[in-house]
Design a protein around this ligand. Structure first.
Ligand code: ADP
Ligand code: ADP
Ligand code: SF4
Length: 603
């Protein structure tokens, strides 16, 4: 067995603990002049000597900040180490194998090494084979991949025969560093003379003269995808290309990637957690498993359907490896929930209309009501009137016709884009306390259901500025749900979360709303997730910025049917896992489902 000990430097705070790890370590206590764990020379964190440590795990339990992880891995895995960031740092085994002839999708938990893999394959990070203190040269690196398909790829990468382009994960970062206007920047990046076409395909032509700083999250996302597509390179990488996009735009991005890259000659690797879309974009799938933040192992390449199913079921047959005890199951709700609790609705409205005089935007809303404990899903593009609708429901905006019969007093909002700016306090705990002090009381249900289930209990003392995108998202959701309110509006809670986190968030939302007897409206474009979270949906349609229409709240099947019909796509049910899969346009099932009007997963 090989020991991998990882100390999370963000959590390890020797100045704030009693050095429990060092004092209780049996090696330190019983062997003279030999230490398995001690303080680093600068005293800022602990260091574990993996060759001396016996892997008893005592320090893991003793550390008050949960900063230490120790795992034992089989010896034979060691020959597959691709990279280690440093002493007691994350370790990556294997790499996804880019293939010509089809898109390779990558799935895995956050912190499992997806971005690290992309950095290596795109040439941004030279792999050190685990030898962070004595990094090897390219010759040796290439030799270590002898006999694998990766060897040829890495040799060409090292010889600069492969040029690469990467769509980075966090669009907010691009907003901070990119200066200029959409059109100009794309023209400059355009090596293939297709900037105009790509802008058309992604529906961003009207943004040509817009400055990057003025773009919404979704617009910026599409711009970044376009900026990669127009490059004439050999390998294209897309790290989460769907955040902030609605369903139609997700499909557009998927189609653009497949249409504008010559898959027979080029390499394309896509990381994405919206599994319906990943399934639609990819031909093959690599799964990264392991322990987030500690180590990641990249699986062999599977066909797309099998790969996603294996991931959900938690077992990889080619590796004979169980990657999770339980399968991830999105129980797809089919029947409408019958609510005869005798309670009054939390909110109720008649048909409403509203026109903004200044912009001319018109909104037509069908009547509806929502009951305590119900979650209402909202689907629809940006600029279609969702915010306007909520403002009317809370009587912050007067409709031109119709009325709100039962209005909500207090709304708690999780905005679409989360950045450190949206949090008033400096630390995780500070923000939770401000929302509701119970979230910090381990005996309370709010702590159990929210703080713990979202894993925030581990990071209470952390500074907001140091959180990753996924961590910020979970905190923003927790703060929104903890805040006392009548209506909870959660705008795209899935952005930057992995599949398992999406499932926990869905469960947390449902439980909190049921328990508080309040109502949530959840704008969410990952349909598999939306199907899991919501009791009913409202579909917004029309022309963004010009005119919006809503449906009444309807059951999921009916709502998704309406949405998919408008998009002209059909979705079937995977027989093995029950997950939704997009049909190939013109295929037998596509034609059958269209002819019977059953666009979303007929029984
Ligand atoms: P993913 O993309 O799957 O979320 P990453 O590849 O970004 O995962 O990161 C994998 C792990 O490596 C994380 O625990 C992260 O904290 C760690 N890591 C990333 N970059 C560095 C670095 N420069 N130094 C040390 N650890 C790092
Ligand atoms: P969504 O929440 O779906 O993105 P909004 O309700 O925010 O949509 O906006 C719908 C449309 O109304 C947009 O085109 C927006 O520019 C316009 N709009 C929003 N608020 C105002 C306002 N106060 N005055 C004029 N136009 C507005
Ligand atoms: Fe010491 Fe290793 Fe045990 Fe930790 S796991 S207490 S470092 S022997």
């Amino acid at each position: 067995m090989v020991r991998v000990a990882v100390i999370d430097r963000e959590y390890c705070k020797p100045s704030k603990c009693n050095l429990e790890c060092i004092r209780f370590c049996p090696v330190n206590r019983t062997r003279r002049n030999v230490k398995a764990i001690e303080l680093s020379p600068d005293g800022k964190h602990a260091v574990i000597y993996e060759d001396v440590c016996i892997g008893c795990g005592i320090c893991v339990k003793k550390c008050p900040f949960n900063a230490i992880s120790i795992v034992n891995l089989p010896d034979e895995l060691e020959k597959n180490v691709v990279h280690r960031y440093g002493e007691n740092a994350f370790k990556l085994y294997n790499l996804p194998i880019p293939k010509t002839g089809g898109v390779v999708g990558v799935i895995g938990r956050n912190g499992s090494g997806k971005t690290t893999s992309i950095k290596i394959l795109s040439g941004l990070l030279k792999p050190n084979l685990g030898r962070y203190d004595n990094p090897p040269e390219w010759d040796e690196i290439i030799r270590s991949f002898r006999g694998t398909e990766l060897q040829t790829y890495l040799r060409r990468l090292a010889n600069k025969e492969i040029r690469t382009a990467v769509k980075i994960q966090y669009v907010e970062y691009a907003r901070r560093v990119l200066k200029g206007r959409v059109g100009e920047l794309l023209e400059k990046a355009d090596e293939r003379g297709i900037a105009g076409e790509v802008m058309d395909k992604l529906a961003i032509k009207h943004l040509k003269d817009r400055r990057i700083g003025e773009l919404s999250g979704g617009e910026l996302q599409k711009f970044l995808v376009a900026a990669v597509l127009v490059k004439d390179v050999d390998a294209y990488f897309f790290d989460e290309p769907c955040s902030y996009l609605d369903v139609r735009e997700r499909l557009r991005v998927a189609e653009a990637i497949r249409e504008y890259i010559d898959l027979s000659r080029k390499y394309v690797v896509v990381v994405e957690h919206d599994l319906m879309i990943l399934d639609y974009i990819s031909d093959h799938v690599a799964v990264i498993y392991g322990e987030p933040g500690v180590y990641g192992i990249v699986s062999k390449i599977y066909g797309v359907r099998a790969g996603i199913n294996h991931y959900l079921e938690g077992y990889l047959p080619a590796e004979n490896m169980r990657i999770r005890r339980e399968p991830v199951k999105f129980h797809i709700r089919v029947a409408e929930k019958t609510e005869t609790t005798g309670e009054y609705p939390v909110v109720k409205w008649t048909q409403l209309t509203k026109t903004y005089k200044t912009s001319g935007f018109k909104l037509y809303i069908e009547e509806g009501e929502v009951y305590p404990g119900e979650v209402l899903g909202i689907i629809g593009p940006n600029g279609i009137g969702k915010t306007t609708f909520i403002k009317i429901l809370s009587r912050n905006l007067k409709p031109d016709s119709g009325e709100v019969l039962v209005s909500v007093e207090k709304i708690s909002l999780k905005p679409q884009e989360v950045s450190p700016k949206i949090f008033p306090e400096e630390t995780v705990a500070g923000n939770l306390r401000k929302a509701d002090p119970l979230t910090l009381n381990p005996a309370s249900w709010l702590y159990m259901e929210l703080t713990r289930k979202l894993g925030l209990n581990r990071m209470l003392e952390r500074n907001i500025e140091d959180l990753s995108g996924g961590e910020l998202q979970k905190l923003a959701i927790a703060v929104a749900l903890a805040t006392p309110a009548d209506l909870y509006l959660l705008d795209e809670p899935s952005a930057y979360l992995d599949v398992e986190e999406r499932l926990s968030v869905a469960k947390v939302i449902r439980r909190i709303i049921e328990e508080k007897r309040k109502t949530a409206m959840v704008v969410e474009h990952d349909l598999m997730l939306q199907n899991y979270i919501s009791d009913k949906v409202i579909v917004f349609h029309g022309k963004p910025g010009v005119e919006g229409h809503t449906t009444q709240p309807m059951n999921i099947q009916e709502g998704f049917n309406k949405l998919l019909k408008e998009l002209g796509i059909t979705v079937r049910r995977d027989p093995q896992t029950g997950r939704p899969r997009v049909n190939k346009p013109g295929s037998y099932l596509d034609r059958l489902q269209k002819s019977t009007g059953k666009y979303y997963m007929p029984e």
